[in-house]
Design a protein around this ligand. Structure first.
Ligand code: MG
Ligand code: MG
Length: 249
């Protein structure tokens, strides 16, 4: 069932989303060669909990053991932070974070370069982030979920990369994952119609090589099938009469 949010609920999500955006800024400041993904998890959890009433959404969600997902290089999503996973110069790390505040969740991810990354990797990050913006621009009244996916996929293709099809964006709010699904591909004017009060996580996952994925034996970490790199950018967006409102900027 699609749950539309009241203007008041959207304001509450915007407050949680601000905490989430600030958490990503903490990640940006912390990420450097030599830091472990477990240390990033600790920084994020402490920072979120330092805000009255805010908790990390992911901790314990479906049994996930940490406050962030940290996915390095060929890992697409759902990487588990570990003290043994130490970031190196030239790596990329996708950090996915959820914040629960005032009874509502927000969800946002960014991929960061560690130290200096090569030009092709930088292009992957840039194209993925741009494709998120292209998708957000379509989150308008009267459009459909397919308009978002079509815009994302078109931008990614133009950049010479591919979108992941095995994983999708989603409604978000009272629960971390609500209807509708928001794929990163699609056809304009197809899929669920976008109504005022709909809050969705738009989250292109973009691969440098093939689109196919597999899940590691830890049952969480999703990686590219060919070992090439993947990037992930995500915002929680409210569809409003005034256009798309990004709640996690
Ligand atoms: Mg997320
Ligand atoms: Mg999400």
């Amino acid at each position: 069932m699609v749950q539309l949010k009241s203007p008041r609920e959207i304001e509450t999500m915007a407050t949680g989303g601000k905490i989430l955006a600030a958490t990503h800024e903490q990640m940006r400041k912390s990420i450097r060669p030599g830091i472990s993904t477990a240390e990033l998890d600790r920084v994020a959890e402490e920072f979120i909990r330092s805000h009255e009433g805010a908790t990390p959404s992911f901790k314990g969600l479906y049994g996930f053991p940490a406050s962030i997902c940290s996915s390095v290089n060929e890992e697409i999503v759902h990487g588990i932070p570990s003290p043994r996973r130490v970031l190196k110069d030239g790596d990329i790390v996708s950090v996915d974070i959820g914040v629960y505040y005032g009874g509502l969740h927000t969800d946002s991810a960014r991929t960061f370069g560690v130290g200096t990354v090569d030009a092709q990797t930088q292009k992957l990050l840039t194209v993925t982030e741009e494709s998120l913006e292209a998708g957000i621009a379509e989150a308008r009244l009267g459009n459909h979920v397919g308009d978002i996916g079509a815009a994302i996929e078109a931008h990614v293709k133009k950049g010479g990369f591919v979108v992941v099809r095995d994983l999708v964006g989603h409604g978000v709010g009272q629960s971390m994952h609500e209807e509708p699904q928001v794929p990163n591909h699609g056809k304009p004017k197809r899929g669920a119609k976008l109504a005022a009060g709909l809050t969705i996580a738009i989250e292109p996952m973009v691969n440098a090589g093939r689109a196919e994925t597999r899940t590691l034996p830890d049952k969480w970490t999703v990686v590219t099938i060919d070992g090439k790199r993947s990037a992930h950018f995500e915002h929680t967006v409210a569809v409003t009469a005034d256009g798309p409102r990004v709640l996690t900027r």
